[in-house]
Design a protein around this ligand. Structure first.
Ligand SMILES: NC(=O)c1ccc[n+]([C@@H]2O[C@H](COP(=O)([O-])OP(=O)(O)OC[C@H]3O[C@@H](n4cnc5c(N)ncnc54)[C@H](O)[C@@H]3O)[C@@H](O)[C@H]2O)c1
Length: 368
């Protein structure tokens, strides 16, 4: 099978995981690595035994290696310039991390560039490959909970960290229907100073075209389901249907109350996200990407248009909160002051302190 020549930029924590998935998928040939810190690129090459040039400059890498695919694994502040570079150097595919941007205007521009240049782009909402997520989706597709009625997301990490994942998963489990309107509330300004700027807490609702409602609570005021100290990995998505409900958490826990469980709430624990599944799921993610690069009809479940719609839902919730109104989608005019700037100016200080995700505290092994 064809292998796509691929240049990878940003060889930090996640960059190493992307490299593993690209290599293990067997469908990508790495031709260059780049990081502002050259040592990180060299470490990636050495760790994966890659005999490739290492760079500190993105443009030089693209000009010299002429890849078919450009993977960049940076923080959200520099995505649009990277997509513009991808367009300039005529790549066929772009793979980037979440959140896809820092404003809807920027996200739309990135999606437009990719559409107009024929670039197949994916945004890394890959946790849908976790075994408990796949099992939950199968229960829903098998009709175990009847017809979906509503979806409830609770997560302690904030909007730009985990909210972007879970909006994507809510759209995914509901069969890909788009949202018609959103309403939201935001509070707390400390997290706007994070590398993934967000309000400390966002709570919102959106109605999808098939009548399913989704409710999302994201940040410090969301209900915790696990012990204190576990906040960075504490999350849950519950899907309610006409005949029962199912839930799962990214770190492995799941529950099902369905016709098949005969009136009992059955719960379980699959391998944990961080210690066991995180690196493994990057491989099917890249296999699915190669399948889309091979065949236009096999559109990736993490394609940039779906990610852009997810971004629109979250930005719509922020706008709803700032303007005290329901926001109808699609948002047609994105030529407004960026909501992150507005929140920094308008949200009152509620006395919270900036929390840094993971902060050197990974989940304890006993959670596996
Ligand atoms: N999908 C997921 O499950 C998941 C999980 C964790 C993090 N993430 C996301 O992955 C992204 C990266 O996170 P990370 O923890 O790997 O960060 P990181 O800081 O460890 O790595 C980022 C790397 O990019 C490099 N970089 C930045 N700008 C560059 C440039 N212009 N040219 C070359 N290199 C540049 C930095 O030097 C750094 O090594 C974030 O957006 C984060 O939200 C996703």
């Amino acid at each position: 099978m064809k292998k796509y020549t691929t240049a990878v930029l940003g060889i930090g924590v996640r960059g190493m995981t992307h490299l593993k998935g690209l290599i293990e998928s067997g469908r990508f040939e790495i031709v260059g690595l780049c990081d502002l810190e050259l040592e990180k690129a060299k470490h990636g090459a050495e760790f994966y035994k890659l005999d490739v040039p290492c760079y500190t400059d993105a443009e030089q890498m693209l000009a010299e290696t002429k890849p078919e695919v450009f993977v960049f694994v940076t923080h959200p502040n520099i995505r649009l310039p990277m997509v513009k570079l991808a367009q300039k150097y005529g790549v066929k595919g772009v793979s980037l991390e979440k959140p896809m941007a820092e404003s809807l205007r920027e996200a739309r521009e990135m999606a437009k560039i990719c559409r107009e240049s024929g670039i197949k782009a994916i945004v890394c909402h890959q946790q849908k490959y976790l075994s408990q997520m796949q099992e939950m989706k199968k229960r829903i597709e098998d009709g175990d909970i009847g017809d979906i009625v509503k979806i409830h997301v609770e997560c302690q990490p904030w909007m730009a960290q985990l909210g972007t994942h879970f909006v994507d998963y809510a759209l995914w489990v509901n069969g890909g229907y788009r949202a018609k309107w959103v309403i939201g509330h935001v509070s707390g300004r400390a997290t706007l100073a994070d590398s993934h700027p967000s309000p400390d807490f966002i709570m919102g609702e959106f109605l999808m075209e098939n009548g399913t409602r989704a409710y999302i609570e994201c940040g410090d005021l969301a209900e915790a389901h696990r012990d204190p100290g576990y906040e960075d990995f504490d999350n849950r998505m519950t899907v309610y249907g006409t005949k029962g409900y199912v839930w799962c958490e990214t770190d492995g826990w799941w529950g099902a109350f369905t016709a098949k469980t005969k009136g009992e709430l059955v719960t379980g624990k699959n391998p944990g996200w961080y210690h066991h599944q995180e690196k493994a799921i990057q491989t099917p993610y890249y296999r699915e990407y190669a399948a889309w690069l091979d065949d236009d009809a096999q559109v990736h479940s993490c394609n940039i248009d779906t990610a852009c719609h997810g971004y629109e839902i979250l930005e719509g919730m922020c706008l709803s909160a700032l303007d005290n109104t329901r926001v109808y989608l699609p948002i047609t005019n994105v030529d407004y002051e960026p909501v992150l700037d507005r929140m920094a100016r308008e949200l009152p200080d509620v006395g919270t302190k900036l929390r840094t995700l993971y902060d050197g505290k990974l989940p304890r092994k006993e959670y596996d």
